[in-house]
Design a protein around this ligand. Sequence first.
Ligand code: HEC
Length: 114
Amino acid sequence: MLRAVAIVLLFVLCTGGLSWAGEKAAGDRSISASRAIQLERLVRQDCGSCHGMTLKGGLGPDIRAETLNGKDAEAITQIILNGVPDTPMPPWRPLMTEAEARWIADYLLAGGSK
Ligand code: HEC
């Protein structure tokens, strides 16, 4: 009987602990590992379709860390979200959150190795 109670208690503790961790992850604005993989693919494929497969320029300019260097991560985030009017650079706001655009900006500035 005591053992059964202990097992139930353990179970509640574990599941309670897990759901708490889940809420915390959703509450802060961090990017999950699986979303990071999707964003990385998006940068290579979608951004790469204009900026070149290695991001060193094509229709759009070179956006590797070397050339972006000195640019503010926040400014890059805004360019990604809003695009550049009257140029082919589209706004990505409909497709990603601000936190995700910021992740991409940091990713680019880190040399795509983040
Ligand atoms: C349809 C083509 C196209 C796609 C797709 C595209 N871009 Fe661009 N991007 C451009 C063009 C063209 C410019 C230059 C705009 C200008 O003349 O200022 C640009 C400019 C930029 C700049 C500013 C560079 C600088 O030095 O000022 C950044 C950063 C950027 N793009 C990031 C991205 C990212 C990240 C993605 C993917 C989420 C992306 N772009 C997708 C065409 C594109």
